[in-house]
Design a protein around this ligand. Structure first.
Ligand SMILES: Nc1ncnc2c1ncn2[C@@H]1O[C@H](COP(=O)(O)OP(=O)(O)OP(=O)(O)O)[C@@H](O)[C@H]1O
Ligand SMILES: [Mg+2]
Length: 395
């Protein structure tokens, strides 16, 4: 039979007998003679089933049970109980045990109960994996779809009038130049000054139109990159520049936040799905911007570097920072400190608490990770990408 089992019992003879029976039945077995080492063994061996004696000197089986449930360890827990102790059994089941085995037991019964518990755990573990994968897929697809629709719509609406603005600005400038030439000697000084002033203003219109074009292009580039779903060569420095352009295109942001880029040109290109990395970078940048909402100093620093093992992307802000207690929880799904406040004033839009969780998930298949540090003056998030992901011609 399949499955890993930890037997925690202070009675040596019973422990050894149980191990024997389970080992013969094909389980992978581990043993512990008291509660404390039992917990350690569970942590180390990640079993599917724990067989637990309730009465033990020191840490009791009930304490071990409560601790495992408190730590949300995904494992089935079976209690060893005596025939007479009905109240203990009930107490144990209430505290989160899945089943119990009455001593003395028949070998077949032990094997059958442990086997069914192991199957239950395996199912549960698969379910967790499935939920993870579905969440990842769902969040990704949803964000892409929303983004795609948004960009296509915006570009469509902006491009035509924009072409008209820059086209007409050019025509007017050419005509103005002609007119200035034509009017030489025919109009007085005031007239000439006025024409020059009009000319200057036209230049401003042209340069504003050019700026808008570059924003539209940033959006176009991004939507094009985001639509490619397969692995390919990625220049992380370029990706960061694009994400920053995109961030800047957000109204109101450019002038309030100082963005410092320190991108090391010698970092290697990697092989990956573009959106996996653009989303993670965007999530970290968005968090940094959110964290600086009320900071007097608003500086976002993004840098890249590498050492012998990893390529790093560092995102640093001068925001409110993360408390030590929250630092342990920020990567948990649905953990957020961004409450919905005044929507009309658009003061706080509220977070889903999935940004960092999804980012970690997206990086998992690259064996890449994110770590967080917080100082009194802001936070530093570091993405580490193992160099095993460096792009080679053969993929
Ligand atoms: N740069 C940062 N500075 C301070 N706190 C941060 C920073 N980044 C993340 N956090 C904290 O971590 C929490 C979780 O972040 P996460 O990105 O997962 O979710 P969110 O930003 O709240 O919501 P969402 O990203 O889904 O809109 C945030 O609510 C915030 O408390
Ligand atoms: Mg976020």
């Amino acid at each position: 039979m399949d499955g890993r089992v930890v037997v925690i019992d202070d009675s040596r003879s019973l422990r050894e007998y149980t191990l024997e029976v389970l080992d013969r039945a094909g389980f992978q077995v581990f043993e512990a003679s008291n509660g404390q080492t039992g917990l350690e063994s569970v942590k180390k061996n990640e079993p599917d089933v724990v067989l637990l004696d309730i009465i033990m000197p020191g840490m009791s089986g009930m304490d071990v049970l409560k601790q495992l449930r408190k730590d949300k360890v995904l494992v089935s827990i079976l209690l060893f109980t005596a025939q007479s102790s009905v109240s203990r059994r009930v107490e144990g089941l209430k505290a989160g045990a899945d089943d119990y085995i009455v001593k003395p037991f028949q070998d077949e019964e032990l094997i059958a109960r442990v086997g069914s518990a192991a199957r239950r755990t395996a199912l549960e573990k698969n379910l967790v994996k499935l939920v993870d994968a579905r969440t990842r897929d769902f969040v990704k697809k949803e964000r892409q779809a929303v983004f795609g629709r948004m960009v296509q719509g915006i570009i469509h609406n902006i491009n035509n009038p924009l072409m008209a603005v820059s086209g007409f600005a050019e025509i007017i400038t050419i005509k103005l130049l002609k007119f200035i030439k034509f009017s030489e000697g025919r109009i007085d000084e005031d007239g000439t000054a006025l024409l020059k002033d009009i000319m200057k203003n036209m230049e401003k219109v042209s340069s504003a139109a050019d700026m808008t074009k570059s924003i539209v292009n940033a959006l176009l580039d991004k939507s094009r990159d985001e639509s490619i779903e397969y692995k390919r060569e990625i220049d992380l420095n370029e990706l960061i520049k694009r994400e920053v352009e995109f961030l800047k295109a957000d109204r109101g942001l450019k002038h309030t936040i100082k963005i410092d880029l320190d991108l090391n040109p010698s970092i290697m290109k990697i092989s990956g799905i573009y959106t996996d990395f653009s989303q993670v970078t965007a999530n970290l940048m968005k968090n940094a911007v959110d964290a600086m909402r009320n900071s007097p100093k608003k500086e976002l620093g993004i840098s890249t570097k590498h050492d012998s093992e990893n390529i790093y992307i560092l995102v640093k802000d001068t925001g409110e920072g993360v408390s030590p207690a929250n630092l342990k929880r920020i990567f948990d799904p649905f953990f957020t400190t961004k409450a919905c406040r005044d929507k009309k004033k658009n003061e706080e839009t509220g977070g889903t608490g999935l940004g960092l969780y999804t980012s970690k998930l997206l990086l998992k298949s690259y064996h890449a990770d994110i770590s967080a540090k917080s100082y009194g003056t802001g936070s530093l998030f570091t993405i580490s990408i193992p160099k095993t992901n460096v792009f080679t011609q053969r993929g």
